[in-house]
Design a protein around this ligand. Structure first.
Ligand SMILES: Cc1ncc(COP(=O)(O)O)c(C=O)c1O
Length: 479
C-alpha cells in the first residue's frame, strides 16, 4: 500500500470518536455536549474531534505516535530531512525559522517586501537586518522578488551573514530566479530561509513553479491553509539541510506554539498532505483546463485585462485581473462582492483571485463567476490610465538604530515636514507596490520625506502610518 494514502492523525481521531468517549478533561465543551449557543449547529461536528493529548492521540510537542507518523509522511512527500505541523500559521513558522537560525546581532540579508511576521521575527531575535530591494514589475505594478545581482552584492558586502530570507512566490504568484540565489548563498555556507506561504501546492508539478525545497532552500514554511485544503492556521515548516539546527527549531516551536494545539487543525493538515500526495496527472490536466476556460472567459471582458506571468512562470492558482476602465481595483472588488464573489485582495490596479486545487471532475463555479463579472462590468469605458507609484530604489539598506535600542526610546508624532534626519518609529508600506518606504528604525532622509508627502497627497494606501492622514509620523525621541 502506498503509505501516502494513510492519514494517521485523522484516523486516530476517528478511532477515538468511535469509542464515544466520556470527557473528564479539557476542552470545556466536552466534545460539544455543552450547548454553546445557537451557533452550535455549525460547531457540532467539528467539536466531536476537538480533542486533546489523550492516549492514542499523541502530542505535537513530543510526537511518538499518530502525529509522528503524520509528520513523517509529510517529510516523505516533500523529500525533506524533517517537517513539522504548525497550528499558528506561517506566522509562527517565520518566527521560529528566524529565531532558530540567528542570534542577537547576527547579520541577516532579508527581502525588503517581506511579510510582517518576518519583520517581527527579526526584531524578536534582535538581529542586524540588511534589507534588499525587490524588483518591480511595471505591467503588474507590484514588487516581485530580489534579483540575483542584489543578493550577490549583499553577500559580497556581508560575507558573514547568518541567513538569507526571501519570499517566494509573491502574493500574486510571481516567481524569480531563486535557484541562483540559493547557489550564491551556499557558496558561503549561508542558509536560505524561504517564506513559501503561498506555494505548498507547487509539489504537484509543472507547469506550477518548482518548490523552493526542490531548488535547495534550507528551511521553508508553507501556509497549507492558503492553497491546500487545510483549516485556517494550519501550516508546515520544513528543514531541508544540515545547515539548520533541528533541535533549535524544535525548541522554538515548543516555545512559540500553544501547549494545547488544535486537533481539528492538525487533522486537516494530515488530510491536506494526503490530498497533495494523491494528486495525479489527470487531476492536473483537468485543473489547468478549468483555469484556462476561466481566463478565456475573462479575456472577453473589455473592462479588464488578465495578466500573464513573465516568461509564463508563476502560480496558476492565482489569476490577477487589471482594470482597463474607470474603476480602480478596489472598486472592481466591491462590485464583485455585490454579486457574491469574494476575492483574495485588491490594489489600486488589480484584483487577485485564488482558485481551488481541483481534482478531476470537481465542479467549481468558475464559468458562472466569469458570466457574473462580465455582467457587472458591461458598458464601462476602457483604456483609462491610472497614475503609478514610483519609488526610488533603496538598494541595500540598514536600520539606523538596532532593535534593542529602539525599545529604550520614547515615541512621538511629528509633522512629516519636520521628520528629516529623525528615526522612524513605525513601518510605512505603500500598497502597492508593497515595498516599505520606511521601516521602523530607519532614518527619514529628505528624499523619503518628499516621497512620503507625494504619496500621502496622491491618496496612496499605506499599511502602517495611522496618523499619515493628519500629516504626522511617529519618530523615536533619542537621548
Ligand atoms: C508571504 C506571507 N508569509 C507569511 C504569511 C503568514 O501566514 P499565516 O497566515 O499562515 O500565518 C502570509 C499571510 O498572508 C504571507 O502572505
Amino acid at each position: 500500500m502506498n503509505m501516502q494514502m494513510k492519514k494517521p492523525l485523522y484516523e486516530a481521531l476517528m478511532e477515538h470518536v468511535n469509542k464515544r468517549p466520556v470527557s473528564f478533561h479539557v476542552p470545556g465543551h466536552k466534545y460539544g455536549f455543552i450547548e454553546q449557543s445557537d451557533a452550535n449547529h455549525y460547531f457540532e461536528q467539528i467539536l466531536k474531534i476537538d480533542a486533546t493529548e489523550l492516549s492514542g492521540l499523541d502530542d505535537l510537542h513530543s510526537p511518538e505516535g499518530a502525529i509522528f507518523e503524520a509528520e513523517r509522511l509529510l517529510a516523505d512527500l516533500y523529500h525533506t530531512k524533517k517537517s513539522f505541523f504548525l497550528v499558528n500559521g506561517s506566522t509562527v513558522g517565520n518566527l521560529a525559522m528566524i529565531m532558530a537560525t540567528c542570534t542577537e546581532g547576527s547579520i541577516v540579508l532579508v527581502q525588503r517586501n517581506c511579510h510582517k511576521s518576518v519583520l517581527n521575527g527579526l526584531r524578536l531575535a534582535r538581529v542586524r537586518p540588511i534589507f534588499l530591494e525587490p524588483e518591480y514589475n511595471h505591467d503588474w505594478k507590484v514588487a516581485v522578488g530580489v534579483s540575483t545581482e542584489t543578493v550577490k552584492q549583499a553577500i559580497n558586502r556581508y560575507p558573514d551573514a547568518k541567513a538569507v530570507i526571501v519570499t517566494y512566490p509573491n502574493y500574486y504568484g510571481m516567481t524569480y530566479d531563486l535557484e541562483s540565489i540559493i547557489h550564491l548563498a551556499h557558496l558561503q555556507d549561508i542558509p536560505v530561509l524561504v517564506d513559501e506561504a503561498h506555494g505548498p501546492h507547487f509539489i504537484v508539478g509543472k507547469p506550477f513553479p518548482a518548490s523552493s525545497l526542490a531548488l535547495g532552500a534550507d528551511m521553508v514554511i508553507h501556509s497549507a491553509h492558503k492553497t491546500l485544503p487545510a483549516m485556517t492556521m494550519g501550516s508546515f515548516l520544513h528543514i531541508n539541510s544540515d545547515l539548520i539546527n533541528e533541535a533549535n527549531v524544535k525548541e522554538y516551536l515548543g516555545m512559540l506554539q500553544s501547549s494545547s494545539p488544535s486537533y481539528p487543525i492538525m487533522a486537516s493538515l494530515d488530510i491536506a498532505r494526503n490530498y497533495a500526495a494523491t494528486y495525479e496527472q489527470k487531476d492536473l490536466s483537468f485543473l489547468l483546463s478549468e483555469i484556462n476556460d476561466f481566463k478565456e472567459s475573462l479575456l472577453e471582458i473589455p473592462a479588464i485585462k488578465v495578466l500573464d506571468f513573465p516568461n509564463c512562470q508563476g502560480d496558476h492558482l492565482k489569476v490577477t485581473i487589471q482594470s482597463r476602465c474607470e474603476l480602480s481595483g478596489f472598486e472592481l472588488q466591491q462590485r464583485f462582492e455585490e454579486m457574491g464573489i469574494y476575492t483574495e485582495l485588491a490594489d489600486p490596479f488589480n484584483v487577485l483571485f485564488i482558485l481551488p486545487l481541483l481534482k478531476e471532475g470537481e465542479h467549481y463555479p468558475l464559468e458562472e463567476t466569469a458570466v457574473k463579472i462580465s455582467k457587472a462590468l458591461s458598458g464601462l469605458a476602457t483604456q483609462v490610465e491610472r497614475e503609478e507609484v514610483h519609488l526610488e530604489s533603496q538598494g541595500i539598506a540598514e536600520l539606523a538604530i538596532p532593535y534593542h535600542k529602539m525599545e529604550t526610546f520614547a515615541v512621538r508624532e511629528v509633522p512629516i515636514d519636520e521628520a528629516v534626519g529623525l528615526i522612524c518609529a513605525e513601518s510605512l508600506i505603500p500598497y502597492p507596490p508593497g515595498i516599505p518606504l520606511l521601516l521602523k528604525g530607519e532614518q527619514v532622509t529628505k528624499e523619503k520625506q518628499q516621497e512620503l508627502n507625494r504619496l500621502v497627497r496622491s491618496g496612496a494606501r499605506f499599511q502602517g502610518g495611522s496618523s499619515l492622514k493628519k500629516d504626522l509620523i511617529k519618530v523615536f525621541v533619542l537621548g
